[in-house]
Design a protein around this ligand. Structure first.
Ligand code: HEM
Ligand SMILES: [Cu+2]
Length: 639
């Protein structure tokens, strides 16, 4: 039987496609799902749970610091709090949530039916989930890591951090970053090979460009930290000497490996944030993005330069002074591509017709907050000032201005913007505005005073301070701000839950946007598009197909999970590809891999017997099946 989906408006074909691509049902089916939208939704929810947990830890820290000589938690607990807060925010929320949103949006934006490697995508989600849970379970058992999210040696080495705390940190970081690597590969391949015909390189939506660049950065950055943390656990468990100067190792090696990852990490959060803005600003300005080529080039430049700055986190080590001045120069240079982007957005808004809806408010907050954070960044990039405020609250203020301005505000804007696409319902605009203002004011009240505290000399990572240092008022203010911020976030959650149940049904394109994800119904059908669109411009929904040109692809089978693969540069149809059906094997492989990693916290032998446990489901996963081989051969024979 060969059913073609070429005939548009054919409800029978649409129904068949829905059946072909639908998620399996039932309790067991739940573990077999490979649909990128379902996986992405679970992934986003998991990241938000980790965000909430990390936020709760921050709230406890702020309670402790609200008054001098306070005793809400003790010093040991405080160490775990800031370590877990930093680690969870960076490793379990900020980067993965960007990847999770991209897993949902990218196939829709490029007009594809599925991500490139659906089962690997599912596997990556499960190991992320298990790794994150392991870290938090350890924390609730009072064995949470306590050496900082940067885990500097020798503090995190065997001498100063005995016990299992840092072992758990090291293995779970390697583990969850494995998930980031797999997601990066999935996203890169999807963007390069699964674009709808006509979506040439210079028509890729800017959010997809941002995702492409961050994914390439992940491939270079994550191995550095995985290598570093693997060497760390070897030093701790089997007595290697990577970081032990007494035996020829080097403590600064850790800092190089960590920050070679750690600085780009910030941009892994920030660049997708830029991508969100480039999707929302043209829509709410009702005109195409100004300076598309300049935007793409400055995204690439930002990604590239971000690898050349890591030493600015190490100015207080005794590296050669000349080297440090080069890193100062590079750190200042990176402001230029971001400035170009900001000018292009301003030009877009200026020449367009601004429509100030909730998502747009979050975009405007980005401008305000990020510019302040960027300025303190430029200040910190100069070595003398960095010596002065090193390890004070000035740095805490700076990093939250950049991270929250660069990622959290754009992300919330993105949630409001794409919520109709995610769940098929509109969010409340009124609650959205309340939430926005509480977040914006609360954020500034929480973090602006920290600049002053830092300049007054309050060190970071201290669990308390004495009265009479002149820090009391600012700290209390900061705590009040933090709780206001949290209340604002909570209102958005209320908004999301209420709207998911009782929001107005969303049309396909509620904002009148131009990119392809809005071409399909809200929420999209299991196959994304009943007929794969052909892109005739950068904003296909605004431009439409010229007279006589095809608007959709015809001729794909509807009774098989068939996807279209196109060429990298010109997006010309290349070949058909059978997307694999649902399977429990990614889930089982993830369980096995988790056993291996958790075992390796306790004994290096877990690598040996763990490999056997992992091999079983993985071999089953990749065992060639007659059915697949036959249908692939059959496809090749078709014209
Ligand atoms: C929800 C609002 C937040 C509050 C109230 C908050 C509060 C804090 C505080 C008080 C510290 C300093 C701990 C200390 O040095 O004693 C801190 C550190 C940190 N925060 Fe946040 N934070 C928030 C959100 C975030 C977000 C969204 C991110 C990342 C995306 C983040 C990343 C970090 C990092 C990386 C550190 C450094 C941890 C360390 O020194 O090991 N925070 N935060
Ligand atoms: Cu940096």
């Amino acid at each position: 039987m060969s059913v073609k989906d070429g005939a548009l408006h054919d409800t029978q074909v649409a129904a068949l496609l829905d059946r072909t691509w639908d998620d399996p049902r039932g309790f067991l089916g739940w573990f077999c799902v490979v649909n990128h939208k379902t996986i992405a939704k679970r992934f986003i929810v998991a990241c938000l749970v980790f965000f909430a947990l990390a936020g709760l830890l921050a709230a406890v820290m702020r309670l402790q610091l609200a008054r001098p000589d306070n005793n809400v938690v003790g010093p040991d607990m405080y160490n775990q709090l800031f370590t877990m807060h930093g680690s969870a925010m960076m490793f379990l929320f900020a980067v993965p949530v960007m990847q999770a949103v991209a897993v949902f949006l990218v196939p829709l934006m490029v007009g594809a039916r599925q991500v490139a490697f659906p089962r690997m995508n599912a596997f990556a989600f499960w190991i992320f989930l298990f790794g994150g849970f392991t870290l938090f379970i350890a924390f609730f058992l009072n064995t949470g890591p306590d050496a900082g999210w940067f885990a500097y040696v020798p503090l995190s080495g065997p001498d100063y951090s005995p016990g299992k705390r840092v072992d758990i940190w090291a293995q779970m970081i390697t583990f969850t970053e494995l998930s980031a690597l797999l997601e990066a590969i999935t996203l890169i391949t999807t963007i390069l090979k699964f674009r709808a015909p006509g979506m040439t390189m210079n028509r890729i939506p800017l959010f997809c460009w941002a995702t492409l660049i961050t994914s390439f950065m992940v491939l270079f950055a994550m191995p550095a930290v995985m290598l570093g943390s693997s060497a760390l656990i070897m030093d701790r468990l089997i007595g290697t000497h990577f970081y032990n100067p007494a035996e020829g190792g080097d403590v600064v090696l850790w800092q190089h490996l960590f920050w070679f990852f750690g600085h780009p990490e910030v941009y892994l959060i920030f660049i997708p944030g830029l991508g969100f803005l480039s999707a929302m600003i043209p829509t709410f300005s009702r005109r195409p993005q100004f300076g598309y080529a300049a935007m793409v080039l400055s995204l690439i430049a930002t990604g590239f330069l971000s690898f050349g700055l890591w030493v600015h986190h190490m100015f207080a080590t005794n590296l050669p002074e000349l080297g440090k001045s080069f890193f100062t120069a590079a750190s200042m240079l990176i402001a230029i591509p971001s400035a170009i982007q900001i000018y292009c957005w301003i030009a877009t808004m200026w020449t367009g017709k601004l429509n100030l809806r909730t998502p747009m408010l979050y975009c405007l907050a980005f401008f305000f907050i990020l510019v302040l954070g960027g300025m303190t960044g430029l200040m910190l990039a100069s070595v003398p000032l960095d010596y002065q405020v090193h390890d004070t609250y000035f740095v805490v203020a700076h990093l939250h201005y950049v991270l929250i301005g660069g990622a959290v505000f754009p992300l919330f804007g993105a949630f409001y913007y794409w919520f109709p696409k995610f769940l098929g319902r509109m969010m409340s605009e009124r609650l959205g505005r309340w939430s926005f203002w509480l977040m914006f004011i609360g954020f500034n009240v929480a973090f602006f005073p920290m600049h002053i505290l830092g300049l007054q000399g309050m060190p970071r990572r201290v669990w308390t301070y004495q009265a009479g240092m002149g820090w009391d008022g600012m700290n209390l203010l900061s705590t009040v701000g933090a709780f206001t911020f949290a209340l604002g976030i909570f209102l958005s959650l209320v908004n999301a839950v209420r709207s998911a149940r009782a929001g107005a049904a969303a049309p396909a394109n509620p904002w009148g946007a131009g990119t392809l994800e809005w071409a399909t119904q809200s929420p999209p059908a299991p196959c994304n598009f009943h007929a794969i669109p052909v892109a005739h411009g950068r904003d296909p929904l605004w431009q439409g197909a010229p007279e006589g040109e095809p608007s959709h692809v015809a001729g794909l089978a509807a009774d098989k999970r068939e996807a279209l693969v196109t060429t990298v540069i010109d997006a010309l149809p290349d070949h058909r590809y059978l997307s694999p059906p649902p399977s429990p094997l990614p889930f089982l492989s993830a369980v096995a891999t988790t056993v291996l990693f958790i075992g390796s916290i306790f004994t290096p032998w877990a690598i040996v017997w763990g490999s056997v446990i992992v091999a079983v489901p993985v071999i089953a996963w990749f065992w060639p099946k007659r059915h697949d081989v036959d249908s692939e051969l059959a496809l090749e024979k078709r014209p």
